[in-house]
Design a protein around this ligand. Structure first.
Ligand code: UDP
Length: 217
């Protein structure tokens, strides 16, 4: 695992997160004036998210145009991220989030969501909490944490979960395949342990940027 914030000069906030062989870079711009203006909302900022896989991120070259899958994942990430941001603080503005998958080995939506959460925090935008997430699944009858691409593709179930740990709230939960009630509860427990560890690393990544500033000044 690797997490680093403030990695891009021209964005208001940025972060790169690596989880195993999955790597995602996110840039955040805003809050800034919304164009076209008629899409602005009088009571809150509009959050726009683009999740995109680079053509070189997968085994087989990916068409660079946005696929249906990428449009859906962008929506899922936006809904999760919006719950964590105090959007009502910045009416009539937009916050733009661009997540680029540099290398994919399953779990890209969660790694993108974590890098987006860190990039929003790096931009200084007020938040309720950071978001941390991991997938739990079932492969060959066994529950596994943080699936790789083979486990994701050939396993019996894949359940990405993201939380706002300090608030004990779920920000994202999807399930592809099927789990029994008992397996579901065990999977939630496994995910929650992983999420606590990821949350700790996120806070460390933010603190290491700002402690470096403190040392310079
Ligand atoms: N994948 C790929 N090409 C694609 C879409 C997906 O190689 O066009 C791979 C990639 O490794 C991805 C994995 O399949 O991480 C699982 O994709 P899924 O839709 O389950 O989303 P993710 O687990 O990445 O959030």
């Amino acid at each position: 695992m690797k997490m680093e914030v403030g990695v891009l000069k021209n964005a208001n906030g940025s972060a790169i997160v690596e989880m195993g062989r999955t790597k995602v870079l996110t840039a955040v711009y805003g809050p800034r004036e919304m164009h076209p203006r008629h899409l602005a909302l009088p009571d809150r900022a509009v959050l726009r998210v683009r999740y995109h896989m680079t053509p070189f991120s997968t085994d087989e070259r990916k068409n660079p145009a946005l696929s249906r899958r990428e449009i859906e994942i962008s929506k899922v990430i936006r809904e999760a991220l919006e719950a964590s941001i105090l959007v009502e603080t910045f009416p009539r503005t937009t916050i733009d989030v661009f997540s680029e998958v540099l290398q994919a080995d399953a779990g890209t939506r969660l790694v993108a969501l974590m890098s987006a959460s860190l990039a929003v925090a790096d931009a200084g935008i007020p938040m309720r909490d950071l978001i941390a997430g991991v997938a739990v699944g079932k492969a060959d009858g066994t529950l596994v944490l943080d699936l790789n691409e083979e486990e994701d593709m050939w396993g019996e179930a894949d359940m990405p979960i993201a939380m706002m740990p300090s608030l004990s709230q779920v920000a994202l939960l999807q399930l592809n395949g099927s789990l029994s009630g008992g397996e579901f509860r065990a999977a939630l427990q496994m995910a929650s342990k992983g999420i606590d560890e990821l949350y700790r690393m996120e806070k460390e990544a933010l603190m290491s940027k700002y402690s470096a500033y403190k040392e310079v000044n």
